[in-house]
Design a protein. Structure first.
Lengths: 298, 442
């Protein structure tokens, strides 16, 4: 690697160290046959014993436990759980609304940290990791397993400046075709309704979908000084945020967040709220990656 | 300096104060900012009202205040207050036909007049002398019009109002021969409007011969003319006149009065009417004759110049006029005389003819007025106080046009300044939008 290849790595070094030991198990047994870290829906012949099952006609006779047959004079098959990889696609919302606050771009910074850290966690689990940045200049990395994928993610997010008002749902659809796990880091201020429909379809198709709702504290509790605020993604939306309208805004935004959380959760999407500055990124990563129930099926 | 209509100036002061206050209360848009969740802010009016510690657009505010104050002051009619003396006079100078001794009249007025006094010259109308009073007095000549003291008194009241700021007390001086014809029924009541006493300066009346006119009322007409009968009946009351019906006077010009009353031809000074009509009556003096008259002739306006109307139709149109003719006068009558019935011997028509045959106006103008009426003109008490006169509401202010011009100039300057400020703001806005960094932030 050249020196430029490591550009931007320093700011993520501490974060990568902090998330080094985190594991990110799949929420359900995966279908993949490639050996990996996640419980597979397939039962195989690995060393990890699970149970015995009586031989049935058609079973491979090579799988009969002959020692048990010798002791019990009955034919049993020795079953064991298979482990498989879970390709993970990370979708980062790089629209103009993520470049907020304007001075710090804190929402995008947090989204980038989450993308890098979640990619590293997935990679540490041996999963292929891909990346989609949905912004003015869309960017797509297909899931890959090589160790340099984390560095590629860092370079990509470091080179990205959020802007524009591109829809997120097409990027999600493309990303979902490539991987088994889908992580969407967004503020839902674009096409939330379409996004809900797309993610709902992929959840129904058996994909594991995570959403991380990035929120700036200034959005929850805007400054009390009167201001004429405008939406960076819709120039025609200019509103007067004054003492009179502020309370109505806070209530409306809170109700909208609750509705988003409810709708996505109901759709089977793992929904996590990430408020800028409220907790450290690694703690946030632990919340996102925490097991939410593994369902193994035979 | 004082204002003739100070209410306008006070109102402009109030408006100017409001303008200043409005410049301290600025309406502005709040600070612009970016908020991705702006869609959750209720859509309300995008301006806030704030109180500024310093007035916004100081020069603009000053111009606006100047416009309002100048216009208000102009409407308030500012006048420079003259120094007020103890006493001033309003002098009524009679130049009617009753006052024919112009030299005596001028001398009397010059003896009374002081600087600052008002001079009102009157005959049938009254005029307040403006400008150089001395020159005007030197050029005064009696006219041939009948004097009207009522009109002169009304003008005196106006002159008193114009002098109320120059003196504590106002004296009314009337320089006139006080002929009977100059006083009418309204004179006494109009005189009471001037609350102080008046000084009456009687000047000599005309030197014309006022002796009674001897002789009898004669008629030069055909023997069958019905007016012969009326003249005969009226002869008992009037004398010294000659009535001609056929255009040729019976005697020479030695007669005092000639009444031309043609039976069928056009009366002198009259013209034929475009459309003949009928009228229900005619009057002369105190006599009214009610009958149906066919009007064929009319006296045009230019024929009345220098003439006295001595008879009128009931609709007000002149029926008979009199013009001076040497020492006497000549009258032209355009009243048709019907030979039918007893019209010519009716008492009212006889009185009508007698009224038309009265003495010439030049003679009656010399008849002195009733001493009681003249005494009423003089009045009693002290001089009229200045407070008794209302300030003139239609007085001219020399400063008002200049103040209006100042207000107009300030308004135009305000317009240009406001437009320039708007252009500057628009240019600033474009420059801001063109800045890439700010465009991104916006």
């Amino acid at each position: 690697m050249t020196a430029s290849a490591y550009e931007g790595h320093d700011e993520y070094a501490a974060l990568l160290d902090a998330v080094r030991g985190i594991r990110w198990p799949a929420r359900s047994a995966v279908r993949s046959g490639i050996p990996g870290a996640h419980t597979s829906r397939l039962r195989g012949v690995s060393a990890e014993f699970t149970e015995y099952r009586p031989y049935r006609q058609g079973d491979d006779t090579r799988r009969i436990d002959w020692k048990l047959f010798a002791r019990s004079d009955r034919a049993y098959l020795r079953l064991s759980n298979d482990r498989a990889i879970l390709p993970t696609m990370i979708v980062l919302d790089a629209s103009a609304s993520m470049a907020f606050p304007v001075a710090t771009n804190a929402k995008w910074t947090l989204a980038a940290q989450l993308g890098v850290a979640l990619g590293a966690v997935a990679r540490n689990s041996g999963d292929p990791v891909g990346l989609v940045i949905a912004g003015e200049e869309p960017l797509l990395f297909a899931p890959r397993m090589r160790r340099s994928v984390t560095h590629e993610i860092i370079r990509a997010v470091s080179a990205t400046r959020p802007g524009g008002s591109a829809s997120l749902s097409p990027s999600v659809s493309i990303a979902a075709q490539s991987g088994g796990r889908l992580v969407i880091v967004t503020d839902f201020l674009g096409d939330a309704a379409e996004l809900l429909a797309v993610t709902g379809r992929w959840v129904a198709a058996g994909r594991e979908v995570h959403t991380v709702h990035v929120i700036a504290p200034e959005e929850i509790d805007p400054p009390r000084e009167a201001a004429m605020v405008s939406d960076p993604e819709a120039s025609d939306v200019r509103r007067a945020l004054t003492g009179d309208t502020r309370e109505q805004y806070v209530a409306a935004y809170e109700a909208w967040r609750d509705r988003i959380a409810h709708d996505f959760t109901e759709a089977g999407v793992a929904y996590t709220t990430a408020v800028v500055g409220e907790e450290t990124p690694d703690h946030l990563i632990r919340r996102v990656t925490a097991p939410r129930g593994v369902v193994a099926t035979a | 300096m004082t204002f003739l209509a100070p209410g306008f100036f006070f109102a402009s002061l109030a408006v100017a104060a409001a303008i200043v206050a409005l410049h301290f209360i600025v309406t502005r848009q709040p600070r612009a900012g970016i908020l991705p969740t702006a869609r959750f802010v209720p859509d309300t009016r995008a301006t806030t009202v704030a109180r500024a510690t310093h007035p916004s657009d100081l020069l603009l505010m000053l111009l606006r205040v100047l416009v309002v104050l100048a216009a208000g002051a102009a409407l308030a009619k500012p006048v420079l207050t003259p120094s007020r003396g103890a006493e001033a006079r309003v002098i009524l100078v009679d130049v009617s036909r009753s006052a024919r001794d112009s030299m005596a009249m001028r001398d009397s007025v010059r003896a009374i007049y002081r600087n600052g006094d008002a001079v009102v010259v009157f005959d049938s109308s009254a005029r307040i002398v403006a400008g150089n009073v001395g020159d005007t007095l030197g050029a005064l000549r009696p006219t041939s019009r009948r004097g009207n003291l009522s009109a002169a008194l009304i003008a005196a009241l106006r002159a008193g109002s114009s002098r109320r700021d120059r003196a504590d007390s106002l004296e009314l001086v009337i320089v006139s021969p006080f002929a009977r014809e100059e006083l009418d029924a309204a004179t006494d009541s109009i005189r009471t409007l001037w609350t102080g006493r008046a000084r009456l300066v009687r000047v000599a009346e005309s030197a014309a011969d006022t002796t009674a006119i001897a002789g009898t009322l004669e008629i030069s007409a055909d023997a069958n003319d019905p007016l012969q009968v009326t003249i005969a009946l009226a002869r008992a009351t009037v004398s010294g006149q000659q009535v001609t019906r056929n255009g040729s006077p019976a005697t020479g010009s030695g007669q005092r009065m000639l009444i031309e009353w043609p039976s069928s031809t056009r009366p002198r000074f009259a013209v034929e009417r475009e459309v003949r009509d009928t009228v229900g009556g005619v009057m002369a003096g105190e006599t009214v004759v009610v009958s149906t008259f066919e009007r064929r002739w009319t006296f045009p306006a230019d024929s009345l110049r220098g003439a006295d109307v001595i008879g009128r139709w009931v609709d007000g149109e002149p029926a008979a006029i009199e013009k001076p003719d040497g020492p006497g006068c000549m009258r032209s009558v355009a009243v048709p005389v019907s030979p039918v019935g007893d019209f010519v011997i009716r008492k009212d028509f006889v009185h009508f003819v007698a009224a038309l045959s009265g003495a010439c106006a030049a003679t009656t103008s010399l008849i002195p007025a009733n001493p009681d009426l003249v005494a009423k003109l003089e009045g009693r008490g002290g001089l009229a106080s200045r407070e008794a006169f209302q300030p003139l509401s239609d007085a001219r202010s020399d400063l008002a046009p200049w103040l209006f011009a100042l207000a107009l100039a300030a308004a135009i300057a305000e317009l240009f300044l406001r437009r320039r400020g708007r252009d500057t703001k628009a240019l600033g806005g474009r420059e801001k939008r063109s800045a890439p960094g700010e465009a991104r932030a916006a």
